[in-house]
Design a protein around this ligand. Structure first.
Ligand SMILES: [Zn+2]
Length: 382
């Protein structure tokens, strides 16, 4: 279970509105509050993504533990306390606000949230919620006692929609729109430091890096309420998954500016031999593909004996047909694209992007976060 909790929204594939899930009696489990419901959600995610290491960042409000008496199973309280003190669960005063903030910060990466809440009261502040069908999944019980995740369609809240237009009009008049928001990529791709000397909440060396809270667009320390200082660039990573016969067998991170050979047993890079069944291994070359970056874009190049196929996501979030990669030529490897080393052995790229890709994704004409097509695609593999 804890292997699914990386302790950082940046490293997570999914955010979970923990209080909402734990309080949802329709999911089974005893009492008004039950951590069992959260376990069922993790199980559903593992099933849906075929990835036993699927990474989840739960956000809880302080009232979840504040109402500890409502947990039918006292062990839930102990576990929850431990997770919070270890930083595996982010505890804040206002989880709704934080969930939406994290969704905005990770919008270009396409991180999705699990909740039954439609956030109607937040639509004036977060107009992107209107009509959204991509970023939210809702847990629903199945007859067998497990949980299934279905898209949560946000729909349009008419009153909020009207206010939004009024607000946009007012902003435009004052020329504030352009400056009112910091592009999330500039927050996500920097390290931050609290001016309070003993505060290590955002310490780059802690291994787990908390994304700062934004107060009026300014990264702010959650505890001290002080504006955070910029502590330098955060090295960018892309994540690859190895799928064997449709099951995620391993996850790898590729750092910007590196060159990584991937194959049965490359001299340097990612060796797959102990992850491949005997029938598949002989079709994979010792070094099969090379993944590298250029100008902040991830590239893949075929260097194999038997060839490599690739299919890419189109603008509508659908995968195109398989096409053979021309040997020795680099091709762009975007989130959601699939590279097939041999039938049954596929590398996919998860939603997280490099800054250059993030910045490009942010520059949509209306300034709205672009839809998380890549993530929808990678999670529909089950
Ligand atoms: Zn602080």
């Amino acid at each position: 279970m804890e292997e699914n909790l990386p302790g950082s929204a940046l490293a997570a594939d999914y955010l979970v509105d923990l209080s909402n899930v734990v309080r949802d009696r329709s999911l089974g489990g005893p009492g008004p509050r039950s951590l069992h419901r959260f376990r069922l959600v993790i199980r559903a995610l593992v099933h849906m993504t075929t990835d036993s290491r699927v990474a989840v960042h739960p956000v809880a409000d302080t009232s979840l533990l504040g109402g500890a008496r409502e947990f039918a199973d006292r062990r839930d309280v102990t576990v929850l306390r431990r997770w919070i003190s270890a930083g595996l669960v982010e505890e804040v005063d206002d989880a709704d606000q934080r969930m939406l903030e994290l969704l905005e910060l990770t919008s270009a990466a396409g991180t999705r949230a699990i909740t039954g809440d439609r956030f109607v009261g937040h639509r004036r502040e977060h107009p992107w919620l209107q009509g959204d069908n991509d970023r939210f999944l809702r847990p629903v019980p199945t007859p067998s006692g497990s949980v299934r995740l279905v898209p949560l369609e946000m729909g349009i809240s008419v009153d909020a929609e009207i206010s939004r237009h009024e607000e946009l009009a007012a902003f435009k008049k004052q020329g504030l729109l352009r400056n009112s928001r910091r592009p999330p990529s500039t927050v996500v791709n920097r390290f931050w430091r609290c001016p309070e000397r003993r505060c290590t909440l955002y310490d780059a060396h802690s291994g787990r890096v908390l994304l700062p809270r934004l107060r009026g667009g300014v990264p702010t320390c959650e505890v001290h309420g002080l504006p955070l200082a910029d502590a330098g660039a955060r090295p960018a990573m892309a994540q690859l998954k190895l799928m064997v016969d449709g099951i995620c067998k391993a996850r790898y991170t590729v750092e910007e500016g590196t060159r990584t050979g991937i194959g049965r047993n490359p001299t340097a890079g990612i060796a797959l031999y102990d992850l491949l069944p005997d029938r598949l291994a002989p079709r994979i070359s010792r070094e099969h593909v090379i993944v590298s970056t250029a100008g902040g874009i991830l590239l893949v190049r075929d260097v194999s004996t038997y060839g490599t196929r690739m299919r890419t996501l189109n603008r509508h979030g659908r995968l195109g047909p398989w096409a053979r990669l021309p040997n020795g030529q680099s091709r762009r490897f975007a989130p959601g694209d699939e590279v097939e080393l041999s039938p049954g052995v596929v590398l996919t790229r998860s939603g997280r992007r490099f800054p250059a890709e993030l910045a490009a994704a942010w520059q949509t004409p209306d300034g709205k976060p672009s839809p998380p097509t890549a993530a929808s695609q990678t999670t529909s593999l089950g």
